[in-house]
Write a protein that binds this ligand. Structure first.
Ligand code: MN
Length: 350
């Protein structure tokens, strides 16, 4: 297992040296942010990022993410060219020594929360949270106010995009996803890169948009599309775990060797499991890595038992000790998470 830490490049307020100071930290998980989605990443930008990491004593072997252009998800006329561009980016990342590329296939929005600073009354910390009723009450077609996404699309642009997805149901999205996989996996394999799809977060439909990477059945279906060794998963426990129907320990053990990258974080379900919304959409708040509704120790044990040998990063942290920063991506709680996770792995692996 290699412990890593997400770093958002120059705009990240956390210095690389602070990341290096976290015990057992081996590298950063990052991306090139100066290229519009869909264009090929320049060798110069990739090399500059790697140089920065190495100069702080950190490796750069995991990319999160190379974003997938909406035209690919929509199966638009430009999709083949955009898929070819994506494959070229993978070749260049492979040349630079990148081993894993995390990506997702969520239409329009990726992660979705209703609150970026949910207040924990017990200890005064705050964290990201998702209230299903609050999300159901939002209408993306009429001046959506969505935490974290307000500036991503203009109102007009968002409406047009949502309208284009009207004809895209789950099956259509799977077809477009299969075309994407078939187009990029040979390049990934040649480049020595394992693709690691991030689950949909949360793993259910939102705003009428299809979502397909939601649980074990989807993972099976992905491998039916291609059993290339380059076709892998990011085990994001907080994302799959948002649906209590997902058996995280089972998934971790069964697919451990197909999981080159794990996002380990915990969540606390905010409603009872007998709630009528069960299975359709749960409400949850992100919690400290060791405590919450998910049994992190059992999940890590299942990964180890299944033969996991990938990269790990602490996923979203809470805001603690007065830290102000990018929601979910402060230094303190993620550093605590990393130290805890290193200890868990050490305790399990002889
Ligand atoms: Mn994640």
């Amino acid at each position: 297992m290699k412990m890593t830490f997400r770093w958002f490049g120059e705009s990240d307020p956390i210095p690389l040296q602070y990341i290096k100071q976290i015990p057992c930290m081996t590298g950063i998980v990052s991306a090139v942010y100066d290229v519009p989605v869909g264009e090929v990443w320049s060798r110069e930008s990739i090399a500059a990022l790697k140089k920065q990491a190495l100069s702080a004593g950190l490796e750069f072997e995991v990319v999160e993410s190379v974003p997938v252009h909406e035209e690919i998800k929509l199966g638009g006329a430009d999709a083949p060219q955009l898929i070819a561009n994506y494959a070229e980016t993978l070749r260049r990342l492979g040349e630079a020594g990148v081993k894993v590329v995390c990506y997702n296939f969520m239409p329009v929005f990726d992660w979705l929360r209703s609150d970026l600073a949910y207040h924990n009354d017990e200890d005064g910390s705050n964290s990201l949270a998702y209230d299903h009723d609050a999300v159901l009450a939002m209408d993306p077609n009429s001046g959506l106010s969505l935490p974290g996404w307000d500036e991503s699309y203009g109102a007009q642009e968002l409406q047009e995009l949502l309208a284009r997805y009207k004809g895209v149901d789950e099956e259509r999205l799977w077809l477009n996803f299969a075309a994407f996989l078939k187009g990029i996996l040979p390049a990934a394999q040649e480049a020595g890169i394992t693709m690691a799809i991030h689950p949909d977060d949360p793993p259910w439909r939102i705003f009428g948009l299809p979502r397909i990477i939601t649980g074990e059945r989807a993972m099976e279906r992905m491998l039916e599309i291609s059993d290339s060794p380059a076709n892998g998963f990011t085990l994001c426990t907080g994302s799959y775990g948002a649906n209590p129907m997902n058996d995280l320990e089972g998934i971790a053990k069964k697919y451990a060797k197909r999981i080159p990258f794990a996002h380990l974080r915990n969540i606390e379900y905010l409603i009872g499991l007998d709630d009528t919304r069960y299975g359709k959409g749960m409400s949850f708040a992100e919690s400290p890595h060791p405590t919450g509704s998910l049994d992190m120790k059992k999940i890590v044990a299942a990964l180890v038992e299944g033969g996991f040998s990938g990269y790990v990063r602490p996923d979203h942290g809470r805001m603690i000790w007065g830290e102000k920063g990018k929601p979910g991506y402060g230094l303190f709680d993620r550093a605590l998470g990393a130290a805890y996770l290193v200890g868990l792995f050490e305790g399990i692996v002889d």
